[in-house]
Write a protein of this length. Structure first.
Length: 293
């Protein structure tokens, strides 16, 4: 994954990168000056140093004023960056969120006002700023797409708000950035930024019901959890996704069948129990899910 601070792709992360780079240069310079002075002192040349020729108290005044000026400049730059980066709460501005992102152990979903649901692959229009509400269904997670937005904790019972924006079409990787259990390290996501037309078409398609009515086997084995957002990810358009298991594996027929047959060996500890399905049942479920574009 490219380091977000060095590869920003939104006005918000651009501001973070400028702030980060500026502070890095200031602190690096201070380090070099202090290390240089310590080295100079170790060489035993302090007796003839210019500092001794100053009036008592003068040097203290100089370094106190310098430190105060540096900290003040960093404070002002930080406050200005925060004004650009931080999103308003929905009720403060009257604007309602364009999507609600929820962290689960261990996957993400995003729900849009028209009923569209994205699972671990969040679509946004390139070049337009969306207001996203971040929450959690279970424990504390942290939503972080380094190239696009600041981090935001996902806390059960609370909401955080971020601007989600990409300056160009593309696929941007995200992670859960707060330890949240055994599979925390495999709680990835993708943000897919596309043109307004592609985004509108995707949004419309995701809000439609499943193309094929579910077979009885699916109703019996899967629907109980996968139609309840508190229990399992929505599968209405699962075949249209690029990845499975929170961007863990590519969405191929073989990987889909492996998930259905042996969920606990693919991602140990996840909430999906091994149902000891026969090969025929796995094939039938994989075939049905694979048809859900
Ligand atoms: Cu969710 Cu770490």
């Amino acid at each position: 994954m490219p380091l977000g601070s060095f590869s920003p792709h939104s006005p918000q992360t651009q501001a973070i990168a400028v702030l980060f780079g500026g502070i890095l240069i200031v602190c690096g310079t201070i380090f070099l000056v202090v290390a240089g002075l310590v080295g100079y002192g170790l060489l035993g040349k302090t007796r003839s140093s210019w500092a001794q020729s100053l009036r008592p108290g003068r040097i203290e005044t100089v370094w106190t004023a310098t430190a105060l000026a540096i900290v003040t400049a960093i404070f002002i730059a930080s406050v200005r960056a925060m004004a650009l980066i931080d999103a308003p709460k929905e009720d403060a501005s009257g604007r309602t969120p364009d999507l609600a992102i929820t962290g689960h152990q261990w996957w993400w979903d995003a729900r849009y006002p028209n009923g569209a649901v994205a699972v671990s692959e969040i679509h946004i229009p390139a070049g337009r700023r969306l207001l996203a509400r971040i929450g959690s269904a279970d424990v504390i997670h942290d939503f972080w797409v380094p190239q696009l937005a600041r981090k935001m904790d996902a806390v059960p019972g609370r909401s955080g708000y971020i601007w989600l924006e990409a300056d160009a079409p593309g696929t941007y990787q995200g992670v859960c950035s707060e330890f949240c259990g055994a599979q925390h390290a495999r709680m990835h996501l993708l943000v897919i930024a596309e043109s307004e037309a592609e985004y509108a078409a995707w949004l419309r398609r995701q809000a439609e019901p499943a193309r094929t009515p579910p077979p009885a086997l699916y109703e019996r084995r899967c629907a109980g959890c996968h139609t309840d957002p508190a229990k399992g990810p929505d599968l209405t358009h699962v075949a249209g996704r690029r990845t499975l298991g929170a961007a863990l594996s590519e969405n191929t027929p073989a990987n889909l069948a492996l998930w259905i047959a042996k969920p606990q060996s693919v991602k140990p500890g996840n909430r999906m129990p091994d149902q000891r399905l026969s090969n025929d049942e796995v094939g039938a479920l994989a075939g049905y899910l694979g048809s859900l574009q």
